[in-house]
Design a protein around this ligand. Structure first.
Ligand code: PRP
Length: 183
């Protein structure tokens, strides 16, 4: 494993923020907390493509209550003040179910704000959020984040699902980008 702060291979990457081991440990803790809280119940894990996929894949294997997996894809309206449009809906109904939305990162919170509003209309029994990264410096919408992996600094981060123009999602760790890359 590379030490934290090591110079990373790609020239646009700055520093390692969370190592593979650190992420695995935190994901296990989150899985244990979720298992405890939902003991005796089945949880519908719902993820927003594409970034949340990697986190979901690891998290669901650390949860020991029954789970189902479902996926949504959304895109933002240009100039829509954060409003989103569903481009791929869930396959299964969530009415009466315990729904846990799994996100890789919550930044402004606008995506999740609109998503939760849409999901609430479908009358789930409960609706909670688990995010790996909570970047609250730019938060606009106040959101109830039941589970949170790490507080995220106000930097552009990639890896473990998070991308820059589609790249870096497959990095097993999370890294910051060099400031000059983002202008
Ligand atoms: C990321 C992330 C959230 C959203 C958070 O997705 O997965 O869905 O941004 O940002 P917000 O809190 O400011 O609304 P992104 O739009 O990068 O798409 P991706 O998952 O396909 O990478």
């Amino acid at each position: 494993m590379r030490p934290r702060g090591a110079v990373l291979a790609d020239p646009v990457l700055d520093r390692m923020l969370h190592s593979q081991d650190e992420i695995a440990e935190r994901v296990a803790e989150l899985g244990a907390a979720i298992s405890e809280d939902y003991r005796g119940q089945e949880v519908a894990l719902v993820t927003v493509l594409r970034g949340g996929l990697i986190f979901l894949a690891d998290l669901c294997r650390r949860v020991d209550v029954p789970v189902t997996l479902d996926f949504m894809a959304i895109s933002s309206y240009a100039g829509g003040g954060g409003a989103v449009r569903i481009t791929k809906d869930l396959d299964d109904p969530i009415e009466g179910r315990h729904v846990l939305v799994v996100e890789d990162i919550v930044d402004t919170g606008l995506t999740l704000h609109y998503l939760l509003k849409m999901l609430r209309q479908r009358r789930p029994a409960t609706l909670e959020v688990c995010t790996l990264l909570d970047k609250d410096a730019r938060r606009i919408a106040d959101l109830p984040l039941r589970y949170r992996g790490f507080a995220c600094p106000d930097r552009f981060v990639v890896g473990y699902g998070l991308d820059l123009g589609g790249r870096f999602r497959n990095l097993p760790f999370i890294a910051t980008l060099k400031d000059e890359v983002m202008g």
